[in-house]
Design a protein around this ligand. Structure first.
Ligand code: FES
Length: 177
């Protein structure tokens, strides 16, 4: 019998999700979204993709192409906090590359952002850093989103303040566990 790793979605939960969306339009997309949401690290492990394919009776290749086509699907574990730095032209000219480089330094981990990688997650799964092509708020460049909250006209001191707050709340939560 297969054992469940800590970051997989339980079979029972998978069955509930599949049952909920079966027969509805866009079943594969809705199912994958719900399954990713149910995963504690907000990603779709390979085993889960194969389980979804089997349960929905669709080819595994189709499941893989959907999971890799849409940028909101994650194939790697995600951190509890997400920091998204805009790398569009307006933000770039206002120093977003420097902001991106500062993230690791501010949060206190070794990190080199490779722009060919969609995201970087810290080994303790606390933070995921990713980039975006444009937030559509170029007039307020540079723009950074932290846990879904957009921050505009970000400079190094402002970024330091925002990330220190996130880091201390994350630390406090871990201490109270
Ligand atoms: S380029 Fe950054 S918001 Fe448009």
């Amino acid at each position: 019998m297969d054992t469940l790793t800590p970051y997989e979605v339980e079979e029972k939960v998978l069955d509930e999700i599949v049952g909920k969306y079966k027969g509805s339009p866009g079943v594969l997309l809705s199912t994958l979204e719900a399954v990713q949401e149910a995963n504690p690290l907000k990603f779709l492990p390979q085993k889960t993709l194969l389980q979804v394919a089997k349960k929905l009776n669709v080819p595994a290749t189709q499941v893989y192409s959907v999971a890799t086509f849409y940028s909101f699907f994650n194939l790697k574990p995600q951190g509890k906090h997400t920091i998204v730095v805009c790398r569009g032209t307006a933000c770039h000219t206002k120093g977003s590359r420097e902001l991106l480089n500062s993230v690791g330094q501010i949060l206190g981990f070794r990190y080199e952002f490779d722009e060919t990688e969609p995201s970087y997650t810290t080994p303790d799964n606390e933070f995921t850093i990713r980039t975006v092509a444009c937030f559509g708020q170029c007039a307020q460049a540079p723009v950074v989103a932290v846990d879904g909250v957009i921050h505009s006209n970000v400079n190094a001191p402002k970024l330091l303040k925002i990330l220190k707050k996130v880091k201390s709340s994350s630390y406090a939560k871990n201490q109270s566990k």
